[in-house]
Ligand binder design. Structure first.
Ligand code: COA
Length: 385
């Protein structure tokens, strides 16, 4: 029997061409393109298409994809009514999982999922991708209004994906700097090899479940604090610390109690997550452009990172992507419990790229286990126990 490795650490679960991580050097690439170049030069829409199709699109291909996304931004009236009936106090990730799963009833489509091992109908895959990708952003923005007792704001046809999301969320023409930052955040979160939620995509996709079920199961997996839920936890932690002079004591107490420091550490990186480096620079630029002094939250974050580097670098634990994203979203006035939903919007692109890859060479996932339970024994009737 093969060796059991907890958390399947280091065990390849699939073969993939989508993204790659060099955890020692801190390099992340999508389809071979370094994340730094995509963050600087690409857009979320283009990056999504790159992830899905494997190559940078032509202007015509990108324009068509953009048009399809715009055609699919709106959600049916009944979904809005369903969302109104969800408890306003519920977590946005639970709402998102529910709403995305419900899309399968409102916009069904399983033409390719016939039981054959392979699905190569690219029209079907593209159609399902835009149906889901377009609507996740709308649903997240809608929820912000619905849970506060207002009607949602309709998307616009003249705005990019990031702009539209901010517009639907705030109801204002988005500030170009904030829209650019949101676009970069979406690019950075769009894909990250076989993490827990992407593994959920592979497992669910391998049963030929609908792409709505695939994405809904991934959203549930992302919601946990050890995965996407960490960005909300980081902000709560920074608020809890309250001021830079309290950092050292706070971190040392946490570590002495064997608690994790949110936004630190990564299974793949043994150095600083390159996405955290890009985000840290974005925070810097944003502060500079705003012309304001260092935001106190950012100052606390910098100190936390420094103290953690001192205490945890020997274990290969450094800041990850979630460490700085929350500070930026906070600056945009986005509530902390929506941070992971934004992560989900972005990651939907990567999830659907993996879904496509899985369908092209499918075999149902059915791992084995190391059984540690009782040997076969006789049932004892209840009056004899
Ligand atoms: N805070 C404090 N210690 C940490 C840590 C953190 N955030 N992350 C890892 N460590 C320590 C572990 O306690 C362990 O120490 P030990 O060897 O003395 O037992 C060592 O570093 C190795 O960590 P390990 O738990 O084996 O890493 P993992 O690959 O199983 O876990 C994470 C990776 C991401 C789950 C983990 O780093 C974590 O919980 N981070 C905080 C949550 C977070 O930010 N998640 C978002 C990831 S993008």
């Amino acid at each position: 029997m093969s060796e059991y490795l907890p958390g399947l650490a280091g065990v390849p679960a699939t073969k993939s061409n989508i993204s790659d991580i060099d955890g020692e050097k801190g390099i992340l690439s999508y389809r071979g393109y370094p994340i730094e170049q995509l963050a600087e030069q690409s857009s979320f829409e283009e990056t999504a298409l790159l992830l899905l199709d494997g190559h940078l699109p032509t202007a015509a291909q990108l324009a068509k994809f953009d048009e399809q996304l715009h055609e699919n931004l709106r959600v049916k009236y009944n979904i809005r009514e369903m969302m109104k009936n969800l408890p306003a106090t519920g977590h946005p990730m639970e709402m998102l999982q529910t709403a995305v799963a419900s899309l399968g009833m409102f916009y069904p489509g399983s033409e390719c999922l016939t039981g054959a091992d392979v699905c190569e109908d690219l029209n079907y895959i593209h159609n399902m991708t835009v149906k889901i990708m377009a609507r996740v952003g709308t649903i997240v923005a809608m929820w912000e209004h619905i849970r506060n007792g207002y009607d949602p704001i309709e998307p616009r046809d003249d705005l990019s994906y990031a702009e539209n999301f901010l517009y639907m969320l705030n109801g204002n023409e988005p500030d170009p700097i904030l829209a650019k930052i949101m676009d970069v955040c979406l690019i950075l979160h769009a894909e990250h090899t076989i993490n827990a939620s992407t593994f959920a995509v592979l497992v669910t996709g391998s049963t030929l479940a609908s792409p709505y079920s695939v994405v809904a199961s991934a959203i549930g997996t992302l919601s946990g604090p050890l995965h996407g839920g960490a960005n909300q936890k980081v902000l709560e932690m920074l608020e809890d610390i309250g001021s830079p002079d309290r950092v050292e004591k706070y971190i040392d107490k946490k570590l002495a109690n064997k608690e994790v420091i949110w936004g630190m550490g990564h299974r793949e990186y043994k150095t600083k997550d390159p996405r955290a480096t890009i985000l840290e620079k974005l925070v810097d630029q944003f502060m500079e452009q705003k012309g304001s002094a260092l935001n106190p939250m950012f100052e606390i974050a910098r100190k936390v990172e420094k103290v953690c580097e001192d205490r945890l670098a020997s274990k290969g634990v450094y800041a990850n992507v979630d460490f700085y994203s929350g500070i930026l979203y906070h600056e945009m006035g986005i509530p902390a419990d929506q941070f992971t939903s934004i992560f989900a919007i972005a990651r939907t692109a990567g999830w659907l790229a993996h879904w496509r890859e899985q369908l092209a060479d499918n075999r149902i996932f059915r791992p084995t286990q190391v059984y540690n339970g009782e040997s076969v024994r006789n049932y004892i009737p209840i009056d004899k126990r």
